[in-house]
Write a protein that binds this ligand. Structure first.
Ligand code: SAH
Length: 388
């Protein structure tokens, strides 16, 4: 049996046994199931994988973030040692590029204790290779990072991998969106839908050969989720969705407390919105294309848009100074990415020049990855994060 079929069977059995499944549990199984989880079993990045991330696009990205980290370190008075933490480090490219960029920063390499937070054994092995020559330590949980030193924490496309619950507007309030078994739904659809199915199956999701085993339902929302809905959201018609993520909030809270106790800063970069917005941000991505979340769950990456409004609220409640959210394009330009690209181009071959230019374009343009959101969290008046 293919992995994805195994996952679909597993989810069906879970729902049959335990009843309707919330979106967070659904995401968690798909991403983090010990054997079948998406990140647990493969390396999803790159041209031949399912998606491309900024550090994999160009070394320019890691260099800029490295310079950002070195600047924070300098402002903190060059503490040694300090915890240089990356959460969700993918192939390890970002950490390697950051360290290379900071080679010339006097004392930085000696002071940095590299801590990688990764749950996937496959990716951890990749990271170990990428970071050969550096002394790094791996943990599955951020909580396990040694507590007694200042911290600089980086997370690129990490927060979006943490599960969300979806609330659905109904009447005066919100209900929680659940996934149930779609008993009785025919596998073949006729009429107009059938025609659409034949022409453009991706528009509909399940197809004649597809898998319509799941559908959405709702249930009463728990008070703890309702408490996460901020004031001031626009009035919207029934059926609209607002996402909350207690897991993400909890991570930001832990990171903030750590920063408050020991000093330091965190930088989060992700797709999403700078403020809380209405709408479902749940995506399933397979081979660089969006696919139906409920169709063959488990073979595609699944992630959600990051609500940086929620990150801000949690950080502020913990006494953090918040910088941004601004776009990745604005942030990287403020840090001097264009100058760096120009400098590298001077000594580059024609092919390298082209790569630098296309990498820069993808990282900063708004219709590329330039519209990602960047947010900094820091503590104390003495640290002013660069780039904002
Ligand atoms: N930062 C990398 C990879 C982003 S993909 C890049 O930009 O290329 C998300 C990463 O987070 C993967 O490495 C995945 O294995 C890891 N991850 C997902 N959920 C996690 C969790 N709960 N704890 C730690 N790492 C997690």
């Amino acid at each position: 049996m293919l992995q994805n079929e195994a996952m679909a069977e597993f989810l069906k059995a879970e729902i049959a046994q335990k009843g309707p499944m919330d979106i967070a549990t659904f995401m968690d199984h798909i991403l983090a199931h010990p054997e079948m989880g998406y990140y647990r079993r493969q390396d999803p990045f790159g041209e031949r994988g399912d998606f491309m991330t900024s550090p994999e696009i160009s070394q320019l990205f890691g260099e800029m973030i490295g310079v950002w980290a070195a600047d924070i370190w300098r402002q903190m008075g060059k503490p040694s040692p300090f915890a240089f933490v990356e959460v969700g480090p993918g192939r390890g490219t970002l950490m390697a590029d950051m360290m290379r960029a900071c080679k010339g920063v006097d004392g930085f390499h000696d002071a940095a204790r590299i801590f990688m937070i990764e749950t996937s054994p496959v990716l951890r092995r990749k990271q170990e290779k990428t970071l050969k020559g550096h002394k790094a330590q791996w943990f599955e949980r951020f909580e396990d990072v040694p507590q007694d030193m200042p911290i600089i924490l980086i997370g690129n496309e990490f927060l979006d991998a943490l599960p969300v619950h979806q609330l659905v507007k109904m009447g005066d309030g919100w209900r929680e969106r659940m996934i149930v078994l779609a008993q009785g739904v025919p596998k073949t659809i006729g009429g107009m839908q059938g025609a659409l199915q034949a022409l453009a199956p991706n528009l509909l999701g399940g197809g004649p050969e597809g898998n319509l085993d799941f559908r959405y339902d709702t249930k009463e929302a728990a008070a703890e989720f309702l408490a996460l809905v901020p004031d001031g959201l626009p009035q919207v018609p029934d059926g609209n969705i607002f996402e909350v993520s207690p897991q993400r909030d909890e991570f930001v809270r832990l990171a903030s407390r750590r920063i408050r106790e020991n000093g330091g800063a965190a930088l989060f970069i992700d797709y999403g919105s700078a403020e809380s917005v209405i709408g479902s941000g749940l995506h399933a991505i397979f081979r660089h294309a969006h696919v139906d979340v409920l169709k063959n769950p488990g073979h595609a990456d699944i992630s959600s848009n990051v609500d940086f409004g929620a990150v801000r609220r949690v950080g502020e409640a913990e006494g953090m100074k918040i910088s941004g959210g601004i776009t990745q394009g604005e942030f990287l330009k403020a840090l001097g990415i264009e100058m760096r690209a120009e400098m590298l181009s001077k000594k580059a071959s024609a092919k390298q020049k082209e790569d630098l230019q296309s990498g820069l374009y993808k990282l900063v343009e708004m219709d590329q990855m330039g519209d990602f959101i960047v947010m900094g969290l820091s503590y104390g008046p003495d640290i002013i994060p660069a780039g904002f």
